[in-house]
Design a protein around this ligand. Sequence first.
Ligand code: CTP
Ligand code: MG
Length: 247
Amino acid sequence: MKEKHPGSLFITMTNANTKTTAVIPAGGSGRRMQSSEAKQYLLLQGTPLLVHTLRIFQESPVIGDIVLVVPVNDVSMIQSDIVDAFAMTKIRQVVAGGKERQDSVRNGLAVLPADCEIVIIHDAARPFVSPALIEKAVDGAVQEGAVAVGVRVKDTVKKCDGEGRVMDTLDREQIWMAQTPQAFRRATIVAAHQKAREDNFYGTDDAVLVERMGIPVRMIDGIPDNIKITTTEDLAWAECRLSARKL
Ligand code: CTP
Ligand code: MG
């Protein structure tokens, strides 16, 4: 195959031969949800939100194994009530998370299997990721090294000061909203997290840690449904979305 952009058969074969580990951060407390239980355990159609997300990775043919990061006090409960109870056979390890999401992801990266080449990181709180999006992200990382899924903005974007006075109107053709999954070559994301720790730098996603090392990150088109369940309104939307699927 001499083409610069090989056909889909080639891409599938690349995936099949590349060992990919998913790191799923589920170590937060869900403060903005204002419920007594952490939001990743709340039930959606009778099943914990976290399980909806994990199932998609469990069933994806491009995922070799999963590292699940959970709140420090929940490790053994998750092992029995989630991993064993829902037969999540690809979860090779449940590890304790840290104070910030970035600390949790770093703890997950610390236990990657020796043969892992590609790491795909995805928020437990985004249960509407699709199998196709996971494959697209993994393919992107194999070919480009670092990719983040995102959506292009539709509204006009204004940059404002603290009082809401407009300072600038940004070129919306250039603005994306970053989501997860984000996928990387293993060495790239491990080095980026290590450097961020050395510099005591905290970012709001994993891609920014790679960007600050001067390594290019490619955005790939996601799906608008792939929202992060953050508030009670999001949870109600998710219930509607899942019941509509059954019709
Ligand atoms: N997360 C994590 N470790 C943390 C904080 C967050 O693993 N210390 C995870 C969450 O469980 C979630 C994902 O990172 O799956 C995205 O974070 P977010 O939606 O902000 O969840 P929370 O931090 O739990 O929610 P909030 O910010 O409202 O407290
Ligand atoms: Mg948070």
